[in-house]
Each structure stands twice: as C-alpha cells, then as structure tokens.
Ligand binder design. Sequence first.
Ligand code: AOF
Ligand code: ZN
Length: 348
Amino acid sequence: MNIHEKYIKRCIELAQNGLGTTYPNPMVGSVIVYEDQIIGEGWHKKAGEPHAEVNAVRSVKDKSLLKKATIYVSLEPCSHFGKTPPCCDLIIANKIPNVVVGTVDPNEKVAGKGILKLIEAGANVTVGVLEDQCNELNKRFFTFHKKKRPYIILKWAESLDGFLAPEKITGQERKPIWITNPYSRQLVHKWRTEEQAILVGTQTVVDDNPKLNARDWDGNNPVRVVIDQNNRIEENSFIFDNTIKTIVFSKTQKPSKENTQFEIIDFEKNIIPQILDVLYQNQIQSIIIEGGRQTLQSFIDENIWDEARIFIGKANFENGTKAPFISKKHTIKTNILTDELIQLRNYD
Ligand code: AOF
Ligand code: ZN
C-alpha cells in the first residue's frame, strides 16, 4: 500500500461513521497530511451539515501548515452551492497545494467540475486512489446517480429445505413461525437503519401486519413502501399509524392520510420501473425489500437488484411457500450464531 492509499483508506474509515445518517448525501471522509503526519481529520455527518473537507480543515490546529499540506478526500470535493458552499473554494482559499481524490463524484452538479476548478486554481490534483473501494463505500449514492434508481437489497429468511416461514394458526390467532434467531432479527433492524426505504408487497402486510420499523436498533427508520393494487390493506394496519412516512403504490387514489403518500401506477404494465421511478423522484437512494415471495421473485426475474441477503435457518419445514429462487453466484457465507447468512452481489 503506497502513501496515498494509506491516507485514502483512513478517509474511507472516517466516512463510514456516517452510515445511515448522511442521506441524501454520500459518506465522505477527509484527512489533511503534512510531512507524513495527519494534522486534521473529518467526515460528513449529516446532510445540511459541513462536508468532510470543512470538518477536516476546522480540526487543524496550526492553520499555517495548510499552505504546505495535502488534503485527501474519498470523493471529489464539490464545486456547487448546495446546502453548503463548495469545498473547492475552501481548499483554494486555504491555499492547500495538493489534493488527492479517491473517486469522481457521480452527482451531475459536480461530476468532474470540482477537480477542474482545483486544477485551474493551480492545485496539484491526483484522482483515482483506491477508486473501487471509494465507489463501494457509496454504492447506494453511485447507483442512484448513475442508474437513476435506488440501490436494491433483497432480504428473506428460508428454512434449511428452502421454504419461507409458514404461519401457525392457533384458534383465531395467526402467528408467524420465526426461522431466524434473535441475533439475526436484530441484525435486520440494524440493516433497516442503513437504508432509506423498506418495501413489501400487499400479501405480507395483510398476513403479518408488520411495523416495518427499526425498533431493535438505534437509528433512523426507513420510509415504508407498500404495493397495494386494490387498497386491500386495512386502515388500522401498523403501516398506517402515521409514525413513519409511508408510500403506497395503488391503482386508485384513497383519501390522503397524514404521513401517507398514495402513488397511482398502471398495473397493466410492468410495475417495477414505475415504482423505481417514483422512488427516484422522491430522492430515495436505497431500499431493502423484505417480502413476500412474489415481490422478491419479480425483482429477481427482472434482474433489477444489487444485493441479496438470505438467512438459512436450522429447521426443515417440508412444505409451504417455496423461497424465491436466485442464482447463488458471488456468495459470501457467514454464521450468525446458528443461522447461516448468504450475501450475494449482482454485478450485471
Ligand atoms: C464533498 N464533501 O463531504 C460531501 C459531498 O447539498 P450539499 O451542499 O450538502 O451538497 C451535497 C452534494 O455534495 C452531494 O450530492 C454530493 O455530490 C456532494 N457531497 N461533497 O465535497 C462531502 N458529502
Ligand atoms: Zn463539499
């Protein structure tokens, strides 16, 4: 690992502190180095708050060193006036002579203009250090800006013999049978805090009345997104409790409710591009899809997904609804105590 890579790696580490809180902004980290010593560090914490470079510059005690230093940033410094002023101007104003950039910002408002502005101001700019890792860090942000749709994570749990959880019906009460253990379930709540939205199909809401929040982890709740073609979901379902913004894709309008947004789409046509388009328009950069079988399988069949996270439980069910089928290439297997977690990436 060369010197530039060492410091960009540190930028990536710093950036990761912002996981789940920077939306719609990317996670960005920055370090300022003088004579192979870190003299300042910063990361972007929250949209609207200072960018990584600003926090890094502010953290430098002896500002006179800036004129001789190198600033490392995992993402190209911005050149536009957004919620905050351009980081390029800050670098130029502080006369920092060397700038090392992990990767180019895909946001059309920046997209190379930051690098150009720095070069024009006389800075010595190096671009593309640990580029793949910097792109991976902001896989959601990059997918959103380049593919004009959210980053899509599919998640489900299946039995050892490949079935989704059946329901145990005792008297009038329907209770889901848990496939995964409490640790895996808590991990799912952590995952929910990392994404901007969570999506399920109608049947899942009708059958399970899920809350779709992240109650077992400290962090932001994702926007709830449900598909309900014929408005079958009951008014008193948890998803309509107004506690979290909810988007409903339906064939017909319903009287609007507080915190609930009805989106009319054409169910005669393929609904996936229509849904993704609305989510894009709503600035949703990532979504975790948690069921049911039909919804998950339709994203798999269209090959519109980026990641799949599948828990395999210990028990055999022998019958029930077959779990979605997905080709298990690029597999990472981990054990969460007794459950097995399979993680797939779609590089198409
Ligand atoms: C940077 N450093 O730490 C971040 C950048 O609306 P604003 O002003 O917050 O700008 C958001 C955009 O700036 C965002 O879409 C991305 O292109 C860039 N983010 N740039 O130089 C940072 N977070
Ligand atoms: Zn900036």
